[in-house]
Design a binder for this molecule. Structure first.
Ligand code: FE2
Length: 382
C-alpha cells in the first residue's frame, strides 16, 4: 500500500527565516579512545583522517581527530585527564554525540536569535583565530547533554578550525587507511528523548530554531507486538537540516527507545543517516570492511515488489545485503541500519539512497523494529 504523506507545512512567507542554516558543519563525538575510534571510522566507514588537535598543536587536555568523507565531517574527541568535563560525559553516556554543529553565516546572530526565544546558552559568541584566519562560534543546549554549535567560517582558510593542524599522509597521498564507500552527506540525525518529551522538543525546533514539522506519524504506525515509539520530523527552511525526534510509547514490553535511554542515561542522538548514490555498492563495501547491519527476514523481499512497485535495483541483491525499500508519492528510497557502533546499545548509523522520496521509511518500521527487538532480546532487554 502506498504511504500517504501529510502535506508539507511551509514556513509563513511573511516571516523571514531568523536562523538561516547552510547545512550541517560537523558532528563531534566524545569517545573514550579517539585514536582507536579514528581507526574504525577510517578503515570501516572509509573516512579520511584530515586534521588533528592535541598536545602537539597546543591543546594540553584533550585530543581530537577530524575524519571526513565528501561533505560528512566527524570530530572524535577524548580527554587526557579524569577530571576533564569530557571524562564525566563519557562516564555517564559512553561514546556518543556531544555536538551537532551547524554551518551559519553569522554565529552571533544565530546565538542571539535562539537565546532570545528561550534557548539555553552553552557558549556565548566568541572568535577563535590562527594564522589561517578566524572562526566565530557559539553554542546552545539541546536535549540531554547534547548541544548545537553555530559555526561561522567565512573568514577561515585552514584545514578545519583554528587549533587543528592538517594531517598529511605519506607522499601527499590520500589517507592510506581510508577505504571510501561513497557516503556523501548527512541526510538526517535522529534524537531520542524521554517519555512525553517529544512535543517539547518539536516546540524547541519550531519556536526557538524556526523549523517546521516535515512529516508526521503516530504510534499506531510504528508499534510492533512489543515495542512502540512516536516520532516527528523537524526541518529547517531550506530542508538541508532534518531532525526526527523519537519518544518511547507504551508497548507490551520495553521500547527500543527506553533501552537507549537506559544505556545512554538520558536523551541523545540515536542515529545519523548518511546518503549515498549507490546503496548496493556502499553497503557491500561497508560489510566487507566489518560494519554489521540489522537483517529483516527474507519474507520481506517476497512481498517487496507488491508493496513498492517497480524499482531499478535487483531485488536479489537487496535481499543479499538486507537493504530495505519504501515508496511515497514522490518516489522511493532505499535504507539500511547498522547495529550499534559501541558496546552500549545506543548510537547507530543509517545508509540511505533517495530516488525521489523525501520520507524516512515509515513502511519499513514494522519489519525493522522486529529485527531490533530480536537483538534487544539477545541482550536480555525486552
Ligand atoms: Fe533515519
Amino acid at each position: 500500500m502506498p504511504q500517504v504523506l501529510e502535506p508539507l507545512t511551509k514556513t509563513p512567507q511573511t516571516e523571514a527565516d531568523f536562523l538561516p542554516l547552510n547545512g550541517t558543519d560537523h558532528v563531534e563525538f566524545y569517545v573514550g579512545n579517539a585514536k582507536q575510534a579514528a581507526h574504525f571510522y577510517r578503515t570501516a566507514l572509509g573516512m579520511n583522517l584530515t586534521a588533528y588537535r592535541g598536545p602537539e598543536t597546543g591543546t594540553r587536555d584533550s585530543v581530537s581527530y577530524l575524519v571526513e568523507q565528501n561533505k560528512i565531517r566527524f570530530v572524535l574527541t577524548t580527554p587526557l585527564k579524569p577530571d576533564h568535563p569530557i571524562a564525566a560525559h563519557i562516564n555517564q553516556h559512553g561514546d556518543g554525540v556531544r555536538d551537532i554543529a551547524l554551518w551559519v553565516d553569522d554565529a552571533e546572530a544565530s546565538w542571539r536569535e535562539t537565546t532570545k526565544r528561550g534557548a539555553t546558552s552553552v557558549h556565548e559568541p566568541s572568535t577563535i583565530t590562527d594564522e589561517n584566519g578566524e572562526v566565530r562560534v557559539s553554542s546552545i543546549a539541546l536535549y540531554g547533554d547534547t548541544i548545537h554549535t553555530f559555526v561561522e567560517r567565512k573568514n577561515y582558510r585552514g584545514a578545519f578550525l583554528p587549533g587543528f593542524r592538517a594531517v598529511s599522509h605519506p607522499g601527499d597521498q590520500p589517507d592510506p587507511l581510508a577505504r571510501p564507500v561513497g557516503l556523501k552527506y548527512v541526510d538526517h540525525m535522529v534524537g531520542n528523548v524521554g517519555w512525553g518529551e517529544m512535543n517539547r522538543w518539536v516546540a524547541f525546533y519550531r519556536d526557538i530554531m524556526g523549523f517546521r514539522q516535515y512529516q508526521h506519524f503516530d504510534d499506531k504506525d510504528i508499534s510492533t507486538e512489543y515495542s512502540a515509539l512516536m516520532s516527528k520530523v523537524m526541518a529547517n527552511s531550506n530542508d538541508r537540516v532534518k531532525f526526527p525526534i523519537n519518544e518511547p510509547a507504551e508497548g507490551k514490553k520495553r521500547s527500543q527507545i527506553e533501552e537507549y535511554l537506559d544505556y545512554y542515561q538520558g536523551p541523545g542522538v540515536q542515529h545519523i543517516a548518511m546518503a549515498t548514490d549507490n546503496i548496493i555498492d556502499t553497503v557491500a563495501r561497508l560489510r566487507s570492511q566489518g560494519i554489521e547491519f540489522l537483517r529483516v527476514p527474507n519474507t520481506y523481499y517476497e512481498e517487496l515488489e507488491g508493496r513498492v512497485g517497480k524499482i531499478d535495483e535487483p531485488v536479489n541483491e537487496l535481499r543479499d545485503l538486507g537493504v530495505l525499500v519504501d515508496r511515497d508519492d514522490d518516489g522511493y528510497m532505499l535504507q539500511i541500519f547498522t547495529k550499534p557502533v559501541e558496546d552500549r546499545p545506543t548510537l547507530f548509523f543509517e545508509i540511505i539512497e533517495r530516488k525521489g522520496s523525501r520520507s524516512f521509511g515509515k513502511g519499513n518500521f514494522k519489519a525493522l523494529f522486529e529485527a531490533i527487538e530480536r537483538e534487544q532480546g539477545l541482550r536480555g532487554n525486552l
